[in-house]
Design a protein around this ligand. Structure first.
Ligand code: F3S
Length: 753
């Protein structure tokens, strides 16, 4: 489990000379983000300045982390790449496959029975290939990474969008698809478009009811779910320095909700304190020695407008607690306006459940502040009106908060403690009565609140807030309650007010744990056999995708013209489908079933042009595939936003979709399409989206001239014989065109192994 201090020291040894060199080459002071990026160039020493938002650059990340749902496909792909061991330190974390129902112990036991085959597979592949394995119940990937592996100035990738959480410890940590992770695990460079930089200056100081979560809820309201696309967000200022390291983690975690590549903070005392509290004094000592290199240059923070592409300033002393939602994390409402907004929008005022924890808000500080409110329930003779649940982020956190009496406090207000796992945050919540699909309101301290995300009920309105606000709202059971100004009526009929939350940044008696749930890999794994049952419905060894035949794609049928929001949840739904993450054929039965068909405004109902009959999207795709007819998907803005799951790209590839043509892409999904050998294209003229008709047949006219920076021409033949010729943009460079030609990036790796 031990982090690799020698690896970290090497990163720091290089950092001083490389940053000095980069400063000379770039010819100006550097942001922290630039320092980290220039110290992780694949080529080593910097030799050129890169243009933000334009240049594709090869990087050498220090670590890889995978969660169990995405690790299955990543490891299946890694096995296919033919390497004996992972090239960089890698860990696998079992957290997504544990369904929350009655409580930690029973839920965990049930998950181990239900997903035994998958956990065994991940454990044995990890053991064989030198990967650290965190067993089910050990914790949620990002909390475990923050506690054990993240380090200031480091760079990591992870097969989960919220890998960005490690920015709280001053990393550049980026969520990627499994295919990217396979590249790095195989010892190859990892490519990223040099990001734009957004600076967020935090002035003032958090106090009272306001928490770090409110910073990112406010930022999400300003930037929206698209505002961070292609950018790294760097936080700085007195407000940043005064904040806890884990609070910084929360802010970085939800950077995924604004589409940012990642977010980060400069090294400061809060990070040193956290490193020391989590048994990493040697990392803190090493970081202290080069501290100025682990934060932005002073000139940058003094005049941020000169060095960032965009600057936002937030005064923490004036920041109000927020609740964001429903259905999108950027609909930000200050708590003082919530009652008015809820009534105006007809949001159900009665709160059914308050849920705290998750990878976003599981710190000791979060839990202790929430517990300070829970304690007031008994003290003030109140009754908690809503149900209340907790998902601790790790066994270390769970053990420590139990030792310090917080679990007991929560149980006294009727809380259910779920396993140290994702549970309700990823739809793995067997919520009683959810199948009735009643309209209802929940509040949680997680990060995402898309439709059906928590309990599968499209009529659950989920609002995101800090753990302390969620706790107060659950006690009141009323979405219109503002704990800053409103009172509650207690059992004696008296009006009482909840006192401001209080807590400790770190446990006064230190963290503790008996069994953290870690399995170290075998020193020599060459004799370990990984077996996959050919009859398994959950795991399937991969067959390579066919290379491009060198011809124009012609006669392709429009599979679906997706209307409006189409996230990776719409493309490859989570919840019950998580069980098929390691079986491409079976999971493909969820392809695009959440997307809305622009022609009838219905989900999962599209016209099969071969039969004229409306059917589900996967059925129609399979019908085209069986007939040898290629297909094309058309979409709206920010297509594929949400998560890094490459299934959202592999499934269409597997079912014969050749191209996805949209108004704009979310970055990770666009890369995933490229990795799987597909064409991810954008309308040169957005208005052309309206020209696409239900019975269209699509012909590519100049795919043979596919080249960087060169548009592609597509002919749409309509049912009445008329045609529209539409120009499509793309962002493929030479190497990525090579993936398309080879059939996938993995095909190229396997050929070179
Ligand atoms: Fe898990 Fe939700 Fe975090 S799914 S990794 S707890 S975002």
């Amino acid at each position: 489990m031990a982090f690799d201090i020698e690896m970290i020291k090497k990163v720091y040894d290089n950092m001083t000379s490389r940053v000095d060199e980069a400063r000379k080459i770039v010819g100006r002071p550097l942001t922290l983000t630039e320092k980290i990026l220039y110290n992780h160039l694949w080529e080593g020493k910097p030799t050129q300045a890169f243009t933000r938002g334009t240049d594709y650059v090869d990087f050498a990340p220090d670590r890889v982390a995978c969660q169990d749902a995405t690790a299955q496909m990543a490891l299946l792909q890694f096995m296919h790449a033919g390497k004996p061991k992972v090239a960089v330190p890698t860990t696998v974390h079992c957290d997504h496959l544990i369904q929350a129902k009655v409580g930690a112990e029973k839920d965990l036991a049930r998950a181990k029975t239900q997903s035994n085959e998958v956990f065994d597979f991940l454990s044995s592949v990890s053991n064989k290939y030198g990967i650290g394995f965190w067993k089910p119940g050990a914790g949620i990937i990002h909390q475990v990474v923050l506690e054990n592996y993240a380090f200031p100035g480091g760079m990591m990738i992870g097969t989960d969008s919220h890998t960005v959480n490690a920015g709280g410890l001053g990393m550049v940590a980026i969520g990627v698809g499994g295919a990217d992770a396979v590249d790095v695990m195989s010892g190859m460079a990892w490519e990223l478009k040099f990001p734009k930089l957004i600076g967020v200056k935090l002035t003032g100081k958090l106090s009272g009811w306001t928490a770090p979560k409110d910073v990112i809820l406010k930022v999400a309201g300003i930037l929206t779910v698209k505002g961070g696309t292609g950018a790294i967000v760097e936080y700085f200022g007195e407000g940043a320095i005064a904040m806890s390291c884990t609070g910084k983690g929360t802010i970085c975690n939800m950077g995924a909700e604004i589409g940012a590549t990642t977010s980060t903070f400069g090294y400061d005392d809060s990070m040193g304190r956290y490193l020391r509290a989590t048994n990493r004094a040697d990392v803190a000592d090493a970081a202290d020695k080069i501290a100025p290199y682990l934060t932005g240059d002073p000139e940058v923070y003094a005049e941020p407008e000169k060095y960032f592409d965009q600057v936002i300033e937030i005064n923490l002393s004036e920041l109000e607690p927020h609740l964001n939602g429903p259905f999108t994390p950027d609909l930000a409402t200050p708590i003082s306006k919530m009652k008015e907004e809820a009534i105006k929008n007809d949001w159900p005022l009665q709160i059914q459940v308050g849920l705290i924890g998750s990878c976003t808000n599981s710190s000791y500080e979060d839990i202790s502040r929430a517990a300070s409110l829970a304690r007031q329930v008994a003290d003030k003779k109140l009754k908690t009106k809503a149900q209340f649940t907790i998902n601790p982020g790790s066994e270390t956190i769970r053990y420590t908060i139990e030792r310090d009496g917080f679990i007991d406090t929560f149980e006294k207000i009727g809380a259910t403690v779920f396993a140290n796992a994702c549970g309700p945050c990823i739809g793995m919540w067997d919520r009683e009565g959810a199948e009735k699909e009643e309209r209802n309101t929940i509040v949680h301290s997680f990060n995402r609140n898309f439709s059906k995300r928590a309990d599968g009920n499209p009529n659950t309105l989920a609002f995101v807030g800090s753990p302390e606000l969620v706790t107060a709202m659950a006690i009141a059971g009323d979405l219109g309650f503002n704990p800053l100004t409103d009172t509650l009526i207690n059992e004696d009929g008296e009006e009482v007010r909840l006192e401001e939350p209080t807590g400790d940044e770190l446990p006064p008696n230190g963290f503790d744990v008996v069994d953290p749930g870690f399995q170290a890999p075998a020193h020599d794994g060459s004799n370990i056999v990984v077996s996959v049952n050919p009859d398994s419905e959950r795991l399937q060894l991969l067959a390579p995708f066919a290379p491009w035949d060198g011809k124009n794609i012609t006669g392709a049928k429009l599979l679906i013209k997706a209307f409006g929001k189409c996230t990776t949840d719409h493309i490859s739904m989570a919840g019950p489908w998580l069980r098929f993450r390691g079986h491409l054929d079976n999971i493909s039965n969820n392809m695009l079933i959440g997307a809305i068909n622009a022609f009838n405004q219905k989900p999962n109902t599209v016209k099969n042009q071969l039969t004229g009959i409306y059917d589900t999207v996967p059925s129609v795709a399979r019908s085209y595939k069986a007939a040898g007819v290629p297909s094309v998907v058309v979409g709206d803005h920010n297509y594929g936003e949400g998560s890094s799951r490459e299934h959202a790209a592999m499934e269409p590839r597997f079912l014969g979709v050749k191209a996805v043509l949209v108004k704009s892409f979310a970055r990770i999904h666009e890369t995933n399409l490229k990795k799987q050998g597909m064409l991810g294209l954008t309308f040169a003229n957005e208005a052309d989206y309206d020209k696409i008709q239900e019975d269209d047949t699509i012909n590519f006219l100049d795919l043979l001239e596919f080249a960087p920076e060169k548009q592609l021409t597509l002919e749409f033949v309509h049912a009445d014989g008329t045609t529209d010729v539409i120009m499509a943009n793309h962002t493929y460079n030479e190497g990525q065109i090579g993936w398309f030609v080879a059939g996938s990036a993995l095909n190229l790796i396997a050929a070179e192994a």
